[in-house]
Design a protein around this ligand. Structure first.
Ligand code: ADP
Ligand code: MG
Length: 575
């Protein structure tokens, strides 16, 4: 019935039809035990396949099971349980302790602690209080929170991450496409050959009986079924994607998982990618005003930006920002910000910004990351800030070298001395500094020419200004925790833990998955070919053929599940 249904849907040469022809054929020529064997073995094979597929599907599904199913909508004094899809930005919701945050929102009342591990892999809970933005998918641990919804369901973090993983399976790897095409031509050819084997010899060879040759033709047909390949290849990629996400690496498609194995050049952004992006103030020099006044001016100018520098300056200022005093704020990527504070135009950023604003800042300031501030075109001083290198940055580069990656490069918008110092400390081969976002794209295009025909270039970044480069590179990798939405959107791989050392891990997982895929292809084709010949010359029986087929499928499927990696406690799973 399934074969008939598939034929009606245009899927003529699938395994159901092959098996039906074989078993019905066996009954017609009186080989009853063989006919039963075909069906029995086929069913056993299918059983194993299904359990393997559903096992790996489940582990991926569980990982991303952050779908919020209800929101407590506050209407007057009452709480109404509502589908999160029906809640609009501006509505007020209450998240009780223990509940998952259903939509991205801003806290308006209540103090609590939230577990962000489902989104970021970060296990240390974050404390939240009025004014803080909270993302859907996180779990409220301590006390009730009242929050104003800022994004509708489809735009919220949880549903974006879910989309991402679900679509991953639809993007097929080249090997996968090859197998589908291969099966499309291979199966009809084999059916044709089986027909020839059954019909020609009895007509040509004197004394050859029809039933003997039909039997050989049918055996040939059963063995030829390409199930092992068709099932195990996508399953291996699926396993690889699942195994990677267990480690906090979200790969958006099998094609990217396949490409990662051929990585030759890895290009990193500096701030937020190799460094923590948490700056500390080292020195303040104010010109014509007090240090506190300068800090306040800078914090106000930066108030609308989410750049790591802005966030750090606002933290250093420490007081609440009165947004009523700011008018017109603009971010100038790679340079800084400009805003109207108390009616005065304030610029805060690097030397390039000062040049752009026609402000002379006598010298470039001390070595390091310097934020110059100007008010109404008059230089007001600078704030020297310093960032910390991420704990695993050195290891990340060392691991890439061990994995035989040819070249590591750092592109940064920061000052030359800071860039060179960081690169030296981490062990990166080459550094290009003081780049505007456009320069980063141009440099990446230059580097793309240095890879071999099959080699791939990986770009790793976190900021809004990295989004165009992420799209230019063969594979764009974004930092999922610190990273801006734009970067996550433009990327092909997301690292939820923000650890650069996950890059070499991703390359390893990719190479292992491809290795498994190759083993399966070679192994199943070799066995198949051998048994096909044996069947054609009449040595292999139909039962042996089916057993070989089921055996190969089973081994290939078991081998494919290895791609999922070892079972270890999944710290990214919400409890
Ligand atoms: P990176 O490429 O290292 O991630 P960016 O391109 O984001 O750095 O920024 C490059 C430089 O531009 C920073 O080092 C800083 O000097 C300046 N800059 C960018 N954004 C800001 C901002 N919001 N405030 C102050 N300076 C900024
Ligand atoms: Mg950056």
């Amino acid at each position: 019935m399934r074969a008939a249904g598939n034929v009606l849907r245009g899927l003529i040469f699938d395994e159901s039809l092959l098996m039906s022809i074989a078993s019905i054929g066996a009954f017609i020529i009186g080989e009853y035990p063989e006919g039963v064997a075909v069906m029995l073995f086929f069913k056993i094979g299918e059983l194993f396949q299904n359990s393997a597929v559903s096992k790996s599907r489940k582990s991926v599904a569980a990982l991303t099971d952050i779908r919020p199913d209800r929101a407590n909508l506050k209407i007057g004094d009452e709480l109404v349980e509502t589908d999160p899809r029906d809640v609009q930005p501006g509505d007020v919701i209450v998240i009780k302790a223990g509940e998952r945050i259903p939509l991205d929102a801003k806290v308006i009342a209540g103090n609590s602690v939230i577990d962000t591990s489902a989104l970021t892999g970060e296990s240390v809970p974050r404390s939240v209080f009025p004014g803080v933005e909270i993302l859907s998918g996180c779990v409220n641990i301590k006390g009730p929170l009242t929050a104003e919804v800022t994004k509708e369901y489809g735009e919220s973090a949880a549903s974006k991450i879910l989309d991402l993983t679900e679509n991953a399976v639809a993007k097929k790897a080249k090997t996968e496409n090859f197998i589908t095409k291969f099966a499309k031509y291979y199966t009809p050819v084999v059916v044709g050959l089986a027909a020839l084997i059954s019909v020609i010899p009895p007509l040509v060879i004197p004394g050859a009986g029809f039933s003997d040759w039909i039997y050989r033709g049918l055996t040939f047909l059963v063995i030829s079924c390409p199930c092992a390949l068709v099932v195990s290849v996508p399953l291996s990629f699926f396993g690889g994607i699942g195994g990677a996400s267990r480690k906090g690496i979200l790969v958006k498609g099998s094609n990217y998982l396949e490409a990662l194995a051929k990585t030759e050049i890895v290009v990193f952004d500096k701030t937020g990618t190799l460094t923590k992006g948490v700056f500390e103030v080292r020195e303040i020099r104010a010109v014509g005003m007090g240090k506190d006044e300068l800090t306040e001016l800078a914090a106000y100018a930066e108030s609308y930006s989410d750049h790591p520098i802005s966030v750090s300056l606002k933290k250093a200022y420490g007081k609440k920002i009165d947004t009523g005093r700011i008018n017109d704020a603009e971010e100038i990527p790679g340079m800084g910000v400009r805003a109207v504070v108390d009616g005065k135009t304030v610029a805060a950023g690097n030397v390039k910004l000062m040049e752009k604003m026609n402000v002379s800042c006598a010298d470039a300031g001390p070595a390091g990351t310097v934020v110059h501030v100007a008010a109404e075109g008059v230089y007001a001083g600078y704030i020297l800030i310093a960032d910390e290198i991420k704990k695993d940055a050195r290891k990340a580069i060392a691991d890439l070298k061990t994995a035989k990656i040819r070249k590591t490069v750092m592109l940064t918008g920061d000052a030359k001395d800071v860039g060179e110092m960081t690169a030296k400390e981490i062990g990166i081969d080459k550094v290009y500094a003081e780049l505007l976002p456009g320069d980063k794209v141009a440099k990446t295009e230059e580097l793309l020419l240095q890879r071999s025909a099959k080699g791939k270039l990986v770009y790793v970044g976190d900021g809004i200004n990295d989004a165009p480069v992420l799209a230019t590179a063969d594979i764009g990798v974004a930092m999922g925790g610190l990273g801006s939405d734009a970067a996550i959107e433009a990327s092909d791989v997301v690292i939820m833990t923000d650890e650069p050392s996950k890059i070499s891990e991703a390359v390893k997982i990719s190479r292992r998955t491809l290795g498994i895929v190759k083993q399966n292809i070679v192994f199943s084709l070799a066995v198949k070919f051998g048994v096909l010949i044996l069947a054609a010359i009449g040595i292999a029986s139909m039962g042996a053929g089916v057993a070989a087929d089921v055996g190969v499928t089973l081994i290939a499927v078991l081998n494919a599940t290895r791609a999922l990696g070892r079972r270890e406690p999944n710290k990214f799973l919400p409890n």
